[in-house]
Design a protein around this ligand. Structure first.
Ligand code: C5P
Length: 298
């Protein structure tokens, strides 16, 4: 699906309706340090977000009900039931508020599902931001952290959707200004294989390969890793093909897998280099999802 066309076709916002973008999350580096006693892994990761994202709109319902409709290229792949992260986020917020109105929500799913770019987490965070505005019910940061972490490890970072150094399970956040990162062209490529995050973490070899230094872009490129690449590639060997294809592109600064995969990203210096890489990948590989976007500014 062509992303720009999808955005252009999106319905305009109507009166009484609010809109939020669920920005895609990219792990520029993801160092897995330790498997904790609670089964989660202690991470060090540099998160950035892209301008591209799912679109969530909502209007108030007086009867307290939460209704969700889904559309967009990946909408049909999502379950709209109680496990849906938008529904879970809305219910979690309602529980904390005690007494609140409901909402009619519409999610336009632009990002591939179960693909390592935090689509579900970003949708949950967007739902919380939207509903706090819609219901005029801001939540104090400490309480919001509890709600977000109960929804998923990446959801706390998705609330702000700015570049951040992320530690712990995903709840220790440190905004990270990095020279040259803002608005940098970033190409996203997904080969159409959905991976389970739990399964990929489960395949990590439990070898600590060292910390993630908070340096500049050059250091991130030379010393950064995604420690989940080997287990993700074992489950989906096509990831190696994606990275190999990206590495042949002119002007490439960095190609790496994001999160637990299978989406890989590539950083370029110029829009033109990115466009040429995108065209080459689309021509070579029918069926791969290829999206051109930029890193979202802090
Ligand atoms: O927190 P979330 O529900 O998004 O995580 C999905 C799965 O990914 C967890 O059940 C866990 O197996 C794994 N995970 C992990 N360590 C993290 C985050 C996620 O092991 N820091």
């Amino acid at each position: 699906p062509h992303v720009e066309a999808e955005h252009a076709a999106a319905r305009p916002v109507e009166a009484g309706e609010l809109v939020e973008t669920a920005f895609a999350k990219i792990n520029l580096a993801l160092h897995v340090r330790e498997r904790r006693a609670d089964g989660y892994h202690a991470l060090e990761s540099l998160f950035v977000f892209t301008e591209l994202g799912d679109r969530l709109t909502g209007r108030i319902r007086a009867d307290g009900e939460i209704r969700l409709e889904m559309d967009g290229p990946f909408g049909p792949l999502l379950d709209g039931g109680p496990d849906n992260l938008v529904i879970r986020a809305a219910r979690a917020l309602q529980d904390h508020l005690g007494d609140s109105p409901g909402a009619d929500l519409r999610l336009t799913k632009v990002l591939p599902v179960a693909s390592g770019i935090g689509g579900g987490s970003a949708d949950a965070a967007a739902a919380l931001r939207l509903l706090m505005r819609l219901w005029n019910a801001p939540v104090a940061p400490q309480l919001l952290e509890r709600i977000t972490l109960s929804l998923g490890s990446d959801v706390p970072a998705c609330i702000g959707s700015i570049p951040q150094m992320v530690r712990g399970r995903g709840e220790i956040l440190q905004p990270q200004a990095m020279e040259g990162l803002s608005a940098m062209p970033i190409l996203l490529v997904n080969p159409g294989v959905a991976l389970s995050t739990a399964q990929v973490f489960g395949g990590w070899d439990r070898r600590d390969r060292g910390p993630l230094a908070a340096g500049g872009l050059e250091q991130l490129i030379s010393d950064g890793r995604n420690d989940l690449e080997p287990p993700a590639m074992a489950a989906a060997p096509v990831i190696a093909d994606v990275l190999a294809a990206l590495k042949t592109c002119a002007g490439l600064r960095l190609a790496r897998m994001s999160g637990s995969g299978a989406t890989c990203f590539a950083l370029f210096d110029t829009d033109r280099q990115m466009a040429e890489a995108a065209a080459a990948l689309r021509a070579a590989r029918n069926g791969w999802w290829v999206a051109e976007t930029r890193i979202r500014a802090a």
